[in-house]
Design a protein around this ligand. Structure first.
Ligand SMILES: Cc1cc2nc3c(=O)[nH]c(=O)nc-3n(C[C@H](O)[C@H](O)[C@H](O)COP(=O)(O)OP(=O)(O)OC[C@H]3O[C@@H](n4cnc5c(N)ncnc54)[C@H](O)[C@@H]3O)c2cc1C
Length: 268
């Protein structure tokens, strides 16, 4: 065990937080890992929402938003993290191992949920690296509903997941398995640095570069589809431009930008 949350932080609204305990950690690459946590209290969320996680340092509490990977049906929460070496919180999260505690705000947030009410039944999901998290939550939830006869497969998901190399494609195996089994999910992982990954035989190119090709191939149009872009700010910018050119106005494009590039952050 490394860090735990100090017990005597009464001054810092601790009643707004759960002390969650890590029950599992899986390292995918040197800067990418997943954890499962036991929250220790009620936490009702919708697939696509995020939790606010925190760690107390000697003088300050650091908190950031993290999309929830797990479905609301699971009894633990799961997250997919990328280490930002110069960042404030991720180096602290990176030190945490099974048995360690972290803080989690008791209220989930976010509107990056699957739009099943707007009349469009195709959902084009586009992610970079950890940006796949909310989409895994959609798929796990729908899969359980499908198995229990609560979801008829009338909404179709088309998921494009991009990373530099294949080992950075979190949840690739799980998503491939789902896509083979159910008729309502298509899944294409793509890598942008195939020269670093010579065994890779799948799609290549940045996810926004292949977006147009797959939207056309799957016959997705703004009349029947909603697009969801999640993760890297440049992918979201590029993806929105491509979608706009094929008629996706902003009403049918949802986005979850994970960070603001440093130069823009400095200007605001
Ligand atoms: C709704 C939402 C959901 C999110 N979900 C996830 C998630 O599931 N998994 C996850 O890992 N992150 C997620 N993030 C990002 C997360 O909230 C933090 O911003 C990130 O973990 C970096 O935190 P930090 O304190 O280590 O770095 P900071 O101190 O916040 O940032 C330091 C610098 O690095 C830049 N930066 C931040 N993140 C990255 C990055 N990934 N790559 C390159 N530069 C970066 C910042 O712009 C800043 O200039 C999400 C963000 C939002 C808004």
């Amino acid at each position: 065990m490394t860090d735990t949350v100090p017990e005597n932080r009464a001054d810092k609204n601790l009643d707004k937080f759960y002390r969650a305990r890590i029950t599992k950690r899986t390292d995918l690459a040197e800067d990418l890992w997943t954890v499962r946590i036991q929250v220790g209290g009620e936490f009702k969320f919708a697939p696509g929402q995020y939790a606010t996680l925190g760690v107390d340092g000697p003088d300050k509490r650091s908190e950031r938003a993290y999309s929830i990977v797990s479905s609301p049906y699971e009894n633990e929460l799961e997250f997919f993290f990328e280490l930002v070496p110069q960042g404030e919180l991720t180096p602290k999260l990176y030190k945490l191992q099974v048995g360690d505690e972290l803080l989690m705000r008791k209220i989930p947030k976010g509107r990056f949920t699957l739009d099943t009410k707007g009349g469009r039944t195709n959902h084009l999901l586009v992610a970079t690296v950890t940006g796949v998290a909310p989409f895994v939550s959609y798929v796990r939830s729908l899969y359980k509903d499908w198995k229990e006869g609560k979801f008829a497969g009338d909404h179709k998901l088309f998921l494009l997941e991009g990373a530099s190399r294949s080992w950075e494609l979190g949840y690739c195996e799980e998503l491939q398995k789902f896509a083979l089994e159910v008729p309502w999910l298509k899944y294409v992982p793509t890598i942008s640095r195939p020269w670093d990954d010579l065994k890779w035989v799948g799609e290549t190119g940045r996810v926004d570069d292949v977006l147009r090709k797959y939207a056309d191939m799957w016959g997705l149009t703004a009349a029947d589809s909603v697009a969801y872009l999640c993760g890297h700010p440049d992918m979201i910018e590029g993806g929105k431009g491509i979608l706009k050119r094929i008629g996706f106005t902003k009403e049918v494009v949802k986005e979850e930008i994970y960070w603001i590039p440093a130069k823009e952050a400095a200007a605001t």
